[in-house]
Design a protein around this ligand. Structure first.
Ligand SMILES: [Zn+2]
Length: 232
């Protein structure tokens, strides 16, 4: 490939290819970026390229100011949203945006996803938050940048490392992680808990949230200082 960013682009490419494989997007929907903090650059899907045609060398390397460092294609139209999050939150290694069906359903209903069960609590200890709908003024100003700002607004009172996902109202989900592979995993988890919550609410619209002691137990056995889930 003759690239200084070969490994980053290959990881970003592999992560992008997981999105259709996992049923999280069709056609050209969605985009994944992988971030190299030491180099201060991300590799992101090019705009409007369908997944089957996507090659690792097509990934576009962009710095934190949005300048293309490597690549001949235009980066994803959502590039500025990704950059807002990488600039604001140290420790992110990847970001995923999809229009996965159930998560997008909740986003379109402008509803946070209630924490109904332990599958949800294993990954985050609160409802999946949903942003406000964007105003006409913000939309006209800089839509993709403002999408990032709306996500930051939701996280003024939250830790993005504890809640690695959000619904953008009327649009769809963004997820992230310490690595791009973890960000993809969170996109898959989000879709599953969105689907489970839809089913729960369909069975009983009055379903109660999981009690706090069970939320804490499940979240902390995987994430807390005393985590003990899984192998050492
Ligand atoms: Zn979108």
């Amino acid at each position: 490939m003759g690239s200084g960013y070969r490994e980053l682009k290959e990881r970003a490419w592999a992560a992008n290819m997981e999105i259709p494989r996992l049923g999280l997007a069709i056609a050209t929907f969605g985009n994944v970026s992988a971030f190299d903090r030491a180099a201060g650059v991300m590799a992101i899907k090019p705009s409007g390229v369908a997944y089957p045609a996507l090659r690792a060398e097509d990934l576009v390397v962009v710095d934190l100011e949005g300048r293309v460092v490597e690549g001949t294609l235009r980066p994803s139209s959502d590039t500025r949203t990704h950059l807002v999050l990488y600039r604001a939150w140290p420790g992110l290694g990847g970001i995923v945006h999809t229009h996965s069906t159930y998560a997008t359903g909740w986003a379109q209903a402008l509803r946070p996803i209630p924490i109904y069960g332990t599958t949800h609590a294993d990954h985050l200890a609160e409802d999946v938050p949903c942003t406000a709908l964007m105003t006409a003024e913000a939309t006209a100003r800089d839509y993709e940048l403002e999408t990032g700002n709306q996500i930051l607004e939701v996280f003024r009172t939250r830790d993005p490392h504890h809640t690695p996902m959000v619904l953008v109202a009327g649009h769809g989900p963004f997820t992230w992680g310490g690595s791009v592979e973890q960000a993809v995993y969170h996109a898959q988890v989000l879709e599953e808990i969105a689907r489970m919550a839809f089913i729960t609410r369909t069975i009983d619209p009055g379903s109660a949230r999981l009690p706090e002691h069970l939320v804490r137990k499940h979240f902390e056995r995987k994430h807390g200082a005393k985590a003990y889930y899984g192998q050492k």
